[in-house]
Design a protein around this ligand. Structure first.
Ligand code: PLP
Length: 400
């Protein structure tokens, strides 16, 4: 009797529709094959681990745990560590974006900032405009919110303001998501005059902007451009997302959200519901690290290494890619974007590349709508110039 009853037990209720609809990327399974140590991978979006300032971070953790164990191991406020917020505010202000510690919320990486914005802004069916292509996990985040994601036409410099305005009038979006500096996946940077134009479109037609900037500090040539957030036209409707992942260490999971009070307050409540607050000890260690060390000197070392790695990649690409391929030359960040000649399929070629122990990410999953199968992203950060040359030699065999 009991056995029969157990066998006849009703199935548990279905997952929420949003959990059923947001698919895992099919490329994930292929990329799982690239974890073997013999593979030279241009696929990951990771900072170079040998450049982490492990000694400096360890000293910062040691100090806060020795000096204030009862505080740094305790629960803390949702908004975040006051010293860390003050340090971020000072960096932003120093770069021309007047910011108060109270304008900021510390988040679990900028990814949580995105999730908070989606939670407080998006109803199912709301339209979110994105660059085409754009950051994969942002597409997932907007997908979980049930948003309809619509790509804005772009060229080699990012979104086209006129096309953006047309789409805004037609689609009535609630949110525009942009990565203006060294975009993921394309490495593109939005020129200053387009940043102003985007802010003006948002001001004229009333939409929120999420300005995601995890890579801006990784500029190794050219001049820094003003954030969209610094334009008066959109100051009351732009959220700037920042991250310590690419400048300190992604494992600490620290980022921040700078937003006007009307948006920041509901984000704080949404964060309370999600995780109460970001790790107290990690925030305290980061604040200590910033007080005791020269982050810019550390970043100079990182930028110098990344620049040499970018140069090694760019120097080798012409001999490796099929005739008719195009690619860009980013002034910073982590990625080069390649377009193979029309008709080529970067996903199919990746399978061959993996047999030669080299990998990249096909571009297709980064598109919200119609993908370009001939595109691919190459990250230049995690290998030395010598390894990059060897990886390119293997890639030549794959494209041969
Ligand atoms: C454009 C973009 N936004 C956000 C993130 C998430 O970064 P974090 O580690 O700060 O959550 C990444 C990570 O690669 C990214 O490329």
């Amino acid at each position: 009797m009991t056995t029969t009853a157990a066998a006849a037990a009703a199935a548990p209720p279905a997952l929420a529709a949003r959990a059923r609809e947001v698919a895992a990327s099919p490329v994930r399974e292929i990329l799982a094959l690239t974890a073997r140590p013999e593979v030279i991978s241009f696929a990951g979006g990771l900072p170079a681990p040998e450049l982490f300032d492990a000694a400096g971070l360890r000293a910062a953790y040691d100090r806060v745990l020795a000096e204030r164990p009862r505080t740094v191991l305790q629960y803390s406020t949702t908004e975040g560590d006051p010293a860390l917020r003050a340090a971020v505010a000072a960096r932003l202000t120093g770069r021309g974006l007047a910011t108060d510690a109270d304008d900021l919320v510390v988040t679990g990486g900028s990814q949580q900032g995105l999730a908070l914005l989606a939670t407080v802004l998006l109803e199912p069916g709301d339209v979110v405009l994105v660059e085409s292509p754009t950051y994969l996990a942002a597409l997932q985040c907007f997908g979980f919110a049930g948003a309809r994601v619509v790509p804005v036409p772009t060229d080699e410099d990012g979104v086209l303001p006129d096309a953006l305005e047309e789409l805004v009038l037609r689609e009535r979006p609630k949110l525009l998501y942009l990565i203006p500096d060294f975009q993921n996946p394309t490495g593109r940077t939005l020129p200053a005059e387009r940043r102003r134009a985007v802010a003006e479109v948002a001001g004229r037609h009333g939409l929120w902007i999420a300005e995601d900037d995890p890579y801006g500090e990784l500029r190794f040539e050219g001049d820094r451009l003003p954030w969209i957030s610094s334009h008066e036209a959109a100051a009351d409707r732009t959220a700037l997302l920042g991250s310590f992942s690419k400048v300190m260490a992604p494992g600490m999971r620290l980022g921040w959200l700078r937003a006007p009070a009307a948006l920041r307050r509901p984000c704080v409540i949404a964060k309370q519901a999600a995780d109460l607050h970001t790790s107290t000890v990690d925030q305290a260690a980061a604040a200590r690290y910033l007080a005791d060390n020269d982050l810019d000197a550390h970043l100079d070392r990182v930028r110098t290494a990344y620049r040499a790695r970018r140069d090694a990649l760019l120097a080798g690409l012409p001999a490796v890619l099929p005739a008719g391929s195009t690619w860009n030359r980013p002034e910073g960040g982590m990625f080069v974007w390649v377009r193979l000649p029309a008709g080529q399929d970067a996903t199919a070629l990746l399978r061959t590349a993996i047999t030669h122990n080299v990998a990249y990410v096909p571009g297709a999953p980064f598109y919200a709508a119609e993908p370009d199968p001939a595109t691919l992203r190459m990250s230049f950060t995690t290998h030395t110039p010598e390894e990059i040359s060897e990886g390119l030699r293997r890639l030549a065999l794959s494209f041969g």
